[in-house]
Design a binder for this molecule. Structure first.
Ligand code: GDP
Length: 197
């Protein structure tokens, strides 16, 4: 799929104020600084669509972008910012929980993890909660050009082994780099296929 059009629709902290759920929707989430904004900009070929390098944990908004006039890409606020006050974290959790459980057109959530960092409890717990709710997700390994292909393979394997301790099936996994555009075609093709299903 080629992204011909990508436009910002709305930012809000209230999941009930998201756009009318009349188009398939795909959400992107991960720890602060994982490279989520860079990945969204890479996928859409818009350098400034998602704002990169914001103060981590500062902007806690759900951002909707309309792609090719037929699906929504959603930039969810990142989690795991160590310095965020408890009150902020609770607010985030409530907003994300409500969004994830009540958004009827949400087809799949892309959970981003850094290719260089061992599986972290916060990511695994988030995946666990998705699984318990029966919400489909995909793992994207970011910043891939920073590590060797062997190291990536090892990391993908490690995630697989960790998840298989509690799961019988593994989610799809993609490897990406906002620097080299690796993963772009595969991720967009995956979304395209889900849009057609
Ligand atoms: P976000 O907080 O998850 O939205 O992360 P950003 O997209 O703002 O990226 C955080 C930092 O990682 C920035 O300094 C980016 O330039 C850097 N970054 C993001 N993606 C990549 C990548 O694919 N490769 C490399 N080398 N750096 C990246």
């Amino acid at each position: 799929m080629e992204v011909k059009q990508a436009e910002f629709v709305i930012s809000n902290s209230d999941p009930t104020r998201c756009p009318k759920p009349d188009k398939p929707e795909y959400a992107f989430i991960g720890r602060s600084n994982v490279g989520k904004s860079s990945l969204i900009n890479m996928l859409t070929t818009r350098h400034k669509l998602a704002k990169t390098s914001q103060t981590p944990g500062k902007t806690q908004l759900i951002n909707h972008f309309l792609i090719n006039t037929d699906w929504y890409l959603v930039d969810l606020p990142g989690y795991g910012f160590a310095k965020a006050p408890q009150r902020e974290r609770e607010k985030w959790e409530k907003m994300i929980d409500t969004y994830l459980s009540e958004r009827p057109n949400l087809i799949c959530t892309f959970i981003l993890v850094d290719s260089r960092i061992e599986p972290q409890r916060i990511d695994l717990e988030f995946m666990e909660r998705m699984g318990q709710r029966g919400l489909p997700f995909v793992i994207i390994f970011t910043k891939a050009e920073k590590v060797s292909s062997n190291a990536i393979q090892q990391m993908v394997k490690k995630y697989g082994q960790t998840l298989l301790k509690t799961w019988t099936e593994l989610p799809p996994m993609f490897v990406s780099s906002a620097v080299s555009s690796r993963g772009k075609e595969e991720i967009l093709a995956y979304i395209d296929q889900l849009n057609k299903d």
